[in-house]
Design a protein around this ligand. Sequence first.
Ligand code: 5GP
Length: 193
Amino acid sequence: MPDKIDSPNLFYLCGPTLAMKIKDLTFKKFISESEIRQKVSELAAQINHDYAGRVPLFLPVLNGSFIFASDLLREISLDCRVSFVKHSSYQGTASTGQLKTLIGLNESIFNHDIILVEDIMDTGLTLSKVAEELRSLGTRSVEIATLIRKAPAREHAVQPKYIGFDIDNEFVLGYGLDYEGLGRNLRDLYQQA
Ligand code: 5GP
């Protein structure tokens, strides 16, 4: 039974495979909303266990992590704080390698246990730079929770403690991730067809 079509941009690519055209690119359904929900619960359970007795500060990295962060945080049963930072290195579908500085951190993070929440890690350069900046501010610990890690066999600039899905080196969107600003509102994850 094909999935319900919930967007005017969705069409069937072949058989029951749902596809989505955004600007010049076609994307096909990759990881479903229910698989994501299950994985997010598992990650939250690990964090609840690992941080028992502590009060971590979650730092979602905007924009892409806003949906992952809001789903993850609602499964966190610890006392915790949340603040948002922004740091982007992407234009279109390929990393520009140009990192901007971290913005949005208005509170003291000295002696805090930080959990950076990221939608997707590619080279890891963005996150390693953010983690480095945070450590220089005297944090007690800095760990990373990423929904997706690309190309797990490749050398990454940083190792996340919490990883939702390991995927091949392909461009994905949906569930907060965009292509040229579009597609963040999709409930499932899509990959380039
Ligand atoms: P990195 O510094 O790890 O190479 O790049 C990480 C950032 O690039 C992510 O925060 C995200 O904004 C963007 N990015 C990497 N891969 C993808 C992808 O497949 N889709 C989208 N929409 N963004 C990506």
